[in-house]
Design a protein around this ligand. Structure first.
Ligand code: NAD
Length: 410
């Protein structure tokens, strides 16, 4: 089943369970507005998308990804998840998402900048600080967000730092935004082991995805004492039984352009420290916690029965399909849903947006503790309401839809 259909089916089923009206359920299944436009670069015509799903809780908010597999369905599905995420953790934003279908690695830096500027030109009439505020996602970073603010401000004829979040700090970004999503995932994991009465050092983790989210998750988790024995990217990964040194692994990855062969422990980086591992093998490692932090649909009905972890912490958006979650839940594996586990980014974005509209300064410590304050009580609530054999994602959707219904009825 495709990602969008699956999200819509979940809304249909869970909406009914919480007695939402048919009209409300139908409303939640589709975006309020969907934009599709051409972007021309290096003799090629690319397609850009923006899905503005729902703004009951506040302005549309959501990342913008540059990826060759971006589709309208994916962008729409991700925008629905943003609505649910913001409603779940009660950040005053609605849900949006955007993307451009291309592989930025095949283009020069100037060409990627041109794609970003054209995206703003095309979307300009429909976005803005009080309307729809994009942010980074796969293959888009603080530098591109700063460029996009520059373009938006040029078109608006005034400086508009609140038009995008995830910018460079010197352009109105906040310290802690870059770390926030990974930190949020880590904070939830730390809360989980507290609830279980476990020691981080005895908790073994495998991590798929070593980009912005995966790396920062790894950094904070390792600092707390968790043992991350495997990490991967799209071209493969590493297995280091002693536990990886995140900073050294990242340095090696940045220098060589791949995480493969970066077997880095606290001591050193070298072949004797570990071995390489394929992505599909990483997913089935016998660990306590599996953290998919790369892309969607990596745990499906085809590989769910191979998962040996007791907990799956969904840091990517949509990494576990519903069918896979049913299989995992049936085996007693707890899947912590993406709309909670990766909500740290949008919380930090909220602080950055406040700074942009009100000029309110905020420190890195305040941002990261804000992330924890928004996420951890919701996690504890979800944990307590989810009985053995039940889906945490379903309960997260229930809470989110109920919060949206309250606003709908106001
Ligand atoms: P990124 O581009 O910085 O990193 C993506 C990582 O995934 C890279 O390490 C890449 O090599 C790896 N990857 C890609 N395809 C893969 C595959 N098939 N198998 C294994 N690894 C693969 O992106 P990011 O910002 O870290 O985002 C990762 C995920 O987290 C996405 O699903 C994104 O939507 C979600 N997310 C990001 C944020 C944020 O603040 N950046 C917030 C919420 C959710």
């Amino acid at each position: 089943m495709n990602f969008l259909r699956e999200v819509q089916d979940n809304i249909q089923k869970i909406g009914k369970e919480v007695s939402a009206t048919e009209e409300f359920i139908e409303d939640l299944k589709k975006p309020d507005r969907f934009l599709e436009f051409k972007i021309k670069v290096a003799g090629e015509t690319l397609v850009g998308y923006r899905s503005q799903h729902n703004n009951l809780m506040g302005p549309y908010k959501g990342g913008l990804r540059f990826h060759e597999k971006v589709t309208p369905e994916e962008v729409k599905a991700l925008s629905v998840l943003m609505t649910l995420k913001c409603a779940l953790v009660e950040v005053p934003f609605g849900g949006g998402k955007g993307g451009v279908r291309f592989n930025p690695d095949n283009f020069s830096q100037d060409q990627v900048e041109s794609v970003a500027r054209q995206y703003v030109q095309q979307a300009f009439p429909f976005i803005g600080p009080e309307v729809d505020i994009p942010a980074p996602d796969i293959n888009t970073d603080a530098n591109l967000m700063s460029i996009m603010v520059d373009e938006y401000s040029r078109l608006a004829d005034r400086r508009c730092p609140a038009s995008f979040t995830g910018k460079k700090i010197k352009d109105g970004g906040v310290a802690g935004r870059k770390q926030a999503t990974g930190y949020g995932g880590f904070a939830v994991l730390r809360r989980l082991v507290e609830i279980l009465g476990r020691n981080p050092a005895e908790t073994v983790v495998a991590l798929q995805g070593f980009g912005n989210v995966g790396y920062h998750f790894s950094y904070f988790a390792e600092k707390e004492g968790f043992k991350i024995i495997a990490a991967s990217e799209s071209d493969g990964g590493v297995l280091v039984k002693e536990g990886i040194d995140s900073a050294k692994t990242k340095k090696c990855r940045d220098e060589t352009g791949t995480i493969v062969d970066c077997h880095c422990t606290n001591g050193s980086c070298g072949h004797q420290e570990g071995s390489n591992i394929k992505n599909e093998d990483l997913l089935s490692l016998d660990v306590d916690v599996l953290v998919p932090a790369a892309v969607e649909d990596v745990i499906t009905k085809k590989n769910a029965d191979k998962i040996k972890a007791d907990y799956v912490l969904s840091l990517a958006n949509g990494p576990v399909t519903s069918e896979a979650e049913d299989i995992l839940t049936g085996k007693g594996v707890r899947v912590i849903p993406d709309i909670l586990a990766n909500a740290g980014g949008v919380v930090a974005s909220y602080f950055e947006w406040l700074k942009g509209v009100q000029g309110k300064e905020v420190s890195k410590t305040e941002v990261l503790s804000g992330v924890e304050e928004f996420l951890c009580p919701t996690f504890a609530k979800l944990w307590n309401m989810t009985k053995g054999g039940e889906s945490m994602r379903k309960n997260a959707y229930k809470l989110a839809i109920k919060n949206l219904m309250k606003r709908y009825d106001e």
